[in-house]
Ligand binder design. Sequence first.
Ligand code: IPM
Ligand code: MN
Length: 370
Amino acid sequence: MTRTWRIAVVPGDGIGPEVVREGLRVLEHVARLEGIAFELTHYPFGGEHYRATQEILPDAAFEHIRTHDAVLLGAFGDPRVEPGLLEFGIVARLRFGLDLFANVRPVRLYDASLTPLKDKGPEHIDFVVVRENTEDAYAGMWGQFKRGTPDEVATQEIIFTRKGVERVLRFAFELCRARDRRRTLTLLTKANALRAMELWTRAFAEIGAEYPDVNREHQYIDAACMFVVTQPEQYDTVVTSNMFGDIFTDLGAALVGGLGLAASANLHPGRTSLFESVHGSAPQFAGQNRANPLATIMAVSMMLDSLGAKAAATRVEDAVVRVLRSGRLPNLGMDSGVGTDAVGNMVLAELERAGCEGRSDDTTPSPATR
Ligand code: IPM
Ligand code: MN
């Protein structure tokens, strides 16, 4: 019996609709090849919808979205709307509302030509970052006092809860074990200055005792920003707090081809999960059929992997990798240089080719489980 996966799709602003369109073409194609059934629900939320209706993400829509198996997001942010309103009202609302506590961001170099690092190849850069996704400064506990006066004060609380820290650490230990590579989990903190991060280092040692087969490393985030550039090969699985994870994963993305390729999975095992590119809405390219859709296509691969369609996930990833290695893309920035639909067509052609040849010989597991 085939199960029909229900996917909520929120294309959003700027280039979001165009890159999501290509992601869905790839999804439909691979579903046909693999005999998987999908049902899509499209939602109009984003800047355009907000300007027309004053609605950001109504409660009823949120409740409807959460009945799906997964959510595929495009991009959010509209220059005509106050910065942060849509990002927090839609992206953060879904992350927090669905309690998606683990943001999984693979940093994997598919081809030596894609890294700005000298003398580094695919064998040196292949790690995954697990970013805590529901706490820290993102909890929104901020305030202003005496605004606009010389005595003005602005505050924002960083919060960590035992429960929140513990569940993301456990998730990372499990992922590190499942990847089964160097079995090294690196915790990034700033416990020397942010004394509250003692909770992280203590929980890391305590929970780590349950995983004697996983080596534990602890680094300060500032030093890690240096090491990831000089010795990226030392990382296997990385776990860190929300804001450090936000920053460290942009650095990671720059090491393997940039935001044109970086995708992420927002997970809470057993619940509705959310998949998105790491890039923004790039309004300067919107509606011109220029934007690079590969990050969204990689997000589709992560979604398939998380839904348990492992073969389909690997097929999509392999097809993207073959496009990257073919040298047919002039650059990997947000401007594809060849057309959004043309990049989608290249991926479809590679999928078709692999479909005819049977499984490709690349048996690398797909991003979310690597
Ligand atoms: C990301 C983004 C978001 C974040 C923004 C848009 C709020 O930068 O997904 O990394 O900071 O989490
Ligand atoms: Mn970010």
